[in-house]
Design a protein around this ligand. Sequence first.
Ligand code: NI
Length: 161
Amino acid sequence: MAIRKIRYIGDPCLQKVCKPVTKITPSIRELVEDMFDTMYEARGVGLAAPQVGILRRICVVDVMDDDPILLINPEVVEATGEQTDDEGCLSVPGKCAKVTRADHVVVKSLDLDMNEVIYEGDGLRARAILHEMDHLNGVLYGERASEPYRDLDEEEDWEEE
Ligand code: NI
């Protein structure tokens, strides 16, 4: 288990378009394990590789629904409905803002054997998937928010993505 250093807003890694994974190497496997460890340690519900300084199209999502997801080279197949809610990000600590996103998504991804897998998500799961996929294109949620970042209420038990 290894915890990687999370990059914060202002770090150039968070503004880059990440490259696709072309081959599953031992270092990719290690990165994926470390990303899950880092996400859980930080009590986040998602993490994208550029958030730990690796510019590859990989993200992990776990919205505590007993179905953690690994996304490699993910693509949105379907996005329907609409939801607006507060969102946060491990790379923008202590902040939140309201973001409108699709309420239901279907995404196509690769697994660690480079086989195609399909994941679906509703509500928070859809939001987290779309938030993490934005990171792969160098987009932070603040760019999609309808308002500036607000300070998080310390009392609020918010799950950061
Ligand atoms: Ni984020």
